[in-house]
Design a protein around this ligand. Structure first.
Ligand SMILES: Nc1ncnc2c1ncn2[C@@H]1O[C@H](COP(=O)(O)OP(=O)(O)OP(=O)(O)O)[C@@H](O)[C@H]1O
Ligand SMILES: [Mg+2]
Length: 256
């Protein structure tokens, strides 16, 4: 179980990443962090991962206080961050160090993420979606209890993005890791998450917590999700431009 109590992160130059974050996740829960740019989402993930330990408050996985990178945490970034000199199998197996049967285990994960036949390929020969599949496999091979994703699909085209969202759900069903997903994509958060925290401000704080009351498998066109999207747009002050006041800069053209 992941728990955060009064967690804040201030930087030496006085700027604050985020403040007073509190939540507890259930095992296997998918939590979304949604908020505008600069509200501290990536900083929060770095803190939870143990990559940044200069925080105040407490971050715990089960009873372990996070004060260093934790073996039970996996992290996936927006860009795949693969090692260009290693092929797909070796990139995936890298975190297993000298474990016996490393190659065989990595091959299992190659298949799991749908890259059968590409194990010998090098990163430069992969599409963006394939490279991100490799980074998903690399994060999962160490069997993390907590999987952190920082805008993992935002650099991908819309169709690849949907395929990888479904892949993530398939794998999550199998492994039941607790997932914390940072995203700017409201549809993505609604399709994937059990609970969504809306962060606002700089420093970012939790402005609202929403439970997504739709069982899985979810339909992307679900009406309940559409209603929630409208609510979230409101919460982020993005739902509409008021009374045309700000439309001045929008030019429309009519074609006959
Ligand atoms: N190492 C650092 N030193 C000083 N300030 C930092 C550092 N890292 C982040 N910040 C500041 O913390 C705030 C939050 O940054 P962060 O990258 O976490 O935002 P974000 O919500 O992930 O934004 P985006 O959606 O654009 O990725 C920003 O104001 C940023 O300038
Ligand atoms: Mg970020």
């Amino acid at each position: 179980m992941l728990s955060l109590k009064n967690v804040s992160r201030t930087f030496n130059d006085g700027s604050t990443g985020f403040k007073n974050i509190n939540f507890k996740s259930e095992k296997g829960e998918i939590i979304g962090l949604l908020g505008t740019s600069g509200c501290g989402k990536s900083t929060l993930l770095r803190v939870v991962s143990g990559l940044d330990i200069e925080y105040t408050g407490s971050v715990k996985i089960n009873d372990d206080l996070i004060k260093a990178v934790h073996e039970k945490v996996g992290i996936i970034f927006q860009e795949p961050r693969l090692m260009p000199w290693l092929n797909v199998v070796d990139n995936i197996g890298f975190g297993l160090n000298d474990k016996k049967d490393k190659q065989k285990e990595a091959q299992t994960f190659v298949d799991l993420v749908g890259l059968n036949g590409f194990g010998e390929h090098f990163p430069k020969d992969l599409s963006g979606g394939m490279a991100q599949r490799v980074s998903i496999a690399r994060a999962l091979i160490t069997n993390p209890e907590v999987l952190l994703l920082d805008e993992p699909f935002s650099a991908l085209d819309a169709f690849t993005k949907m395929q990888l969202q479904d892949l993530l759900l398939k794998i999550w069903h199998q492994y039941q890791a607790t997932i914390v997903l940072v995203t700017h994509d409201i549809d993505e958060a609604l399709y994937l998450c059990d609970r969504i925290f809306i962060l606002r401000g700089q420093p970012g704080e939790v402005y609202k917590e929403l439970q997504v009351p739709v069982s899985r498998p979810r339909s992307r066109g679900d009406e309940e999700l559409a209603k929630m999207k409208a609510t979230i747009l409101d919460l982020l002050d993005l739902s509409q431009v008021e009374n045309g006041e700000s439309h001045d800069d929008i030019k429309t053209t009519t074609t006959k």
